[in-house]
Design a protein around this ligand. Structure first.
Ligand code: AHM
Ligand code: MG
Length: 337
C-alpha cells in the first residue's frame, strides 16, 4: 500500500474474503449492507440538530425507556437494509421485544441472524454527544429455508461470526471483526466511503483510564468500590491516579479505551441487580471486538462470550478493556465481593 492508496470498506471486505477460497461471499455481502445502513444513519445523525428529528417520540421500548426519534430511524433503516440484502433470516434489536422474522423466500434462505443496538447511548442524542450502533452476527442454528427460532439468537458470544460498532463522533467510524483481528474505517464525507484508517487495532495491555458511572458509587459491590479507590490512589510505578472518563455511550467509552488503554465497567448495582447492559447485542459484540484486539471482557468473574444466554434482552454486569486492568478489578471482586 503506498501512502496515497485509499482502501475502502468494500474493497477491504472483498480482499479479506479472497483469502478464504471456500467463502461464498454472503457474509461480505451482509457486511457491505451494514456499511450502507451506517452511512444513511450517519447522515440523519449529522443533520439531527437541523431538522425536527430530535427528542422523544412518545413510545417506550421493551426496557421501559423512552424511545427517541433517531432510535427508531436507525432501527428501521438497519432492518430494511438487512432485509433487502437477503443474507439475514431474522433480526433482534434493543428496540423490539421479540425478534423480527423475515418470512419471504429469499430471506428464509438467509444463513445469518443479526442482533443490534441500533442507537446506543441515546441519552446523548439531544446534546450532540457521540453515540453508536452495535451489531453481532451469528450463523443460524435452524436449517436454511425454515423459519428462524429463538434458538438461533440464544447462542453464546463465542459463536459470533462477525461483530462491530459504528461510532458517530467527531468523525464517523466503523470498527468490525470477523475473528481475524479488528480494523477501523473512517467515513470520508467527501467521497461517501468508509476508508481503512486503523489497521489491526491492538488494545494496550495496561491503561490509565477508568470509565464507570460514579454517580452509582454507593450502590456498587464492595470489590468495585475498592477498585475505584485503587484507581484514585497515588502510585508512581503504575501511573496512578488514573483518569476518570465517562461519556455514557458504551461505544464511545469503549472506543477511546481501546485506542488509549483503559477499563470500562458497568457493575451490578442495588437497583440493577443483573447489571444494565444487554448481553446479546451490547456486551457480546463489544467483547468479541475487545478480545480480537488482545483485551479482556468479563462479567467480573467469567468470560462474557461464554455466558449461555437464556433470553433476548438479558442483562449482564460488564468489565472490559486492557487485560491487566480487567484482571485487577476481578481480583478486587474476588476478595471483597
Ligand atoms: P441505551 O442503549 O439505552 O442507550 O443504554 C446503554 C447505555 C450505554 O451506552 C452506556 O454505557 C450506559 O447505557 C450508560 O448508562 P448510565 O447512564 O446508567 O451510566
Ligand atoms: Mg444500548
Amino acid at each position: 500500500m503506498n501512502q496515497y492508496e485509499v482502501i475502502t470498506l468494500n474493497e477491504f471486505i472483498l480482499e479479506s474474503q479472497s483469502q478464504f477460497p471456500q467463502a461464498e461471499g454472503d457474509l461480505s455481502h451482509l457486511l457491505h449492507h451494514v456499511g450502507t445502513a451506517a452511512k444513511i444513519v450517519n447522515r440523519e445523525v449529522n443533520k439531527a440538530g437541523l431538522v425536527d428529528i430530535l427528542g422523544e417520540i412518545g413510545t417506550c421500548n421493551v426496557q421501559g425507556e423512552d424511545q427517541k426519534k433517531l432510535d427508531i430511524f436507525a432501527n428501521d433503516h438497519f432492518i430494511n437494509s438487512l432485509h433487502s440484502c437477503g443474507e439475514v433470516c431474522a433480526i433482534a434489536s434493543e428496540e423490539n421485544e421479540s425478534f423480527i422474522l423475515f418470512d419471504d423466500d429469499m430471506a428464509r434462505n438467509g444463513k445469518y441472524v443479526f442482533l443490534m443496538d441500533p442507537l446506543d447511548g441515546s441519552s446523548n442524542i439531544d446534546v450532540n454527544v457521540s453515540i453508536g450502533t452495535i451489531f453481532s452476527i451469528y450463523k443460524r442454528k435452524t436449517k436454511q429455508g425454515e423459519k428462524a427460532t429463538m434458538e438461533d439468537f440464544l447462542q453464546p458470544g463465542t459463536e459470533q461470526v462477525a461483530a462491530g460498532y459504528i461510532l458517530y463522533g467527531s468523525s464517523t467510524m466503523l470498527v468490525y471483526t470477523t475473528g481475524q483481528g479488528i480494523n477501523g474505517f473512517t467515513l470520508d464525507p467527501s467521497i461517501g466511503e468508509f476508508c481503512l484508517s486503523h489497521k489491526k487495532i491492538k488494545s494496550p495491555e495496561d491503561g490509565i483510564i477508568y470509565s464507570i458511572n460514579e454517580g452509582n458509587y454507593l450502590k456498587f459491590p464492595a470489590g468495585v468500590k475498592q477498585y475505584i479507590k485503587y484507581c484514585q490512589e497515588k502510585d508512581v510505578d503504575t501511573q496512578r491516579p488514573y483518569s476518570s472518563r465517562y461519556i455514557g455511550s458504551l461505544v464511545s467509552d469503549v472506543h477511546r479505551n481501546l485506542l488509549k488503554g483503559g477499563i470500562f465497567m458497568y457493575p451490578i448495582t442495588e437497583s440493577a441487580p443483573k447489571g444494565k447492559l444487554r448481553l446479546l447485542y451490547e456486551c457480546n459484540p463489544i467483547a468479541f471486538i475487545i478480545e480480537q484486539a488482545g483485551g479482556k471482557a468479563t462479567d467480573g468473574h467469567k468470560r462474557t462470550m461464554e455466558i449461555k444466554p437464556s433470553s433476548l434482552h438479558q442483562r449482564t454486569p460488564f468489565y472490559c478493556g486492557s487485560t491487566n486492568m480487567v484482571n485487577k478489578v476481578e481480583e478486587f471482586i474476588r476478595v471483597f465481593g
